[in-house]
Design a protein around this ligand. Sequence first.
Ligand code: ATP
Ligand code: MG
Length: 372
Amino acid sequence: MPVSNDDLFELVDAALAADYTRVRRVGSKIAGKLDDEDAARTLRTLIRRKGVPLRASGYAESLPVDGKSRLPLIEEQPWPTTPVFLSDANGAVVTSFLEDVRNADLLASKGLATRLSMLLAGPPGTGKTLLAGHIAAQLERPLYTVRLDSVISSLLGDTAKNIRSIFDFVPSREAVLFIDEMDAVAKVRDDRHELGELKRVVNTVIQGLDSLDDRAVVLAATNHPQLLDPAIWRRFPYKADLGAPDPSARTDLWRHFLFEADDGASQLAQTLATVSEGLSGADIQNIALSARRHAALTGGPIDVTAVVWAVLRSREGLLTLPSRSGIPADHRRELAQHLSGVAVKAADIARLLGVTRQTVGAYLKEPGHAAG
Ligand SMILES: Nc1ncnc2c1ncn2[C@@H]1O[C@H](COP(=O)(O)OP(=O)(O)OP(=O)(O)O)[C@@H](O)[C@H]1O
Ligand SMILES: [Mg+2]
């Protein structure tokens, strides 16, 4: 479909008004109309870039700030540029959430309005913040992330005031409000032994959530859902428990971050998924990108053996990046034996270690291998 003059006029108008939200919305509309896939992708990447701070363009930013420190209480974050991989169950929750947000008016007309708020729970590095960005991008709304550090670190008593000014501000924009690290509010209780203050804060959050109209979209993320006040918990009808990625999400993560979506490497990605149970998406990303950086710097292939070694070490606790000086033969033997112990097939072990099946057979026969 051709790009219309109206689209162009609107784009220029939005750009000159320094209205990034509208620039992104029109930009993504135009991208949808382009026949040239590459051009559409380039445009989508461009509109995800963070705009220059509006102050620099002489346009006074009106985001709420803490009264004393003048630090912003919320910040507009750019939409993410990397994909998010979810388990089927979480994917379904997100899809139905998006569907209900998009059809909020219709649902309300049938008396089926609901709070459009979703809680993202899960350990560190499982993609909560990333997913919040994706939800905003899917809805083509700006993502306003609450800076709990500036909200809370202010003088006692001002916290509630800050929270109130955030919730007063939100309805003026069609945005996604994202309360990241929601449990930081719960931490106040431990740090300050100031129960009265905490109670006030929680009440203000509840009041704030209740004051929003049916079209407001609120996301909250937490590493410690069990610490949240039940009254807050109840105000988030949609919940996604991100947890460590499941085997299919791990396969996608390896395929994307290590093999750049190369179909020829699906088998390797699957085997890596088998051995990387328990690692978070962020762990897999860190290990994969480190291996790719090394390959890029030496001009050689990716050292998959070093990746497997790092994965197995990381599963024992602390994240370990792939060694850049190669994996010695006795470590290869140890790896082969370990992989065989977790039921990886000999052919797959050979592929992972970059050796022949005969060599794998020899490794497995050597002493130290418990399984017969
Ligand atoms: N499920 C996933 N799909 C794709 N990428 C992921 C996933 N999980 C983690 N990542 C990668 O790890 C990075 C860190 O994830 P993110 O910041 O979203 O984690 P988080 O759950 O918000 O962690 P924290 O609790 O520490 O804030 C992401 O930017 C992404 O590159
Ligand atoms: Mg996060």
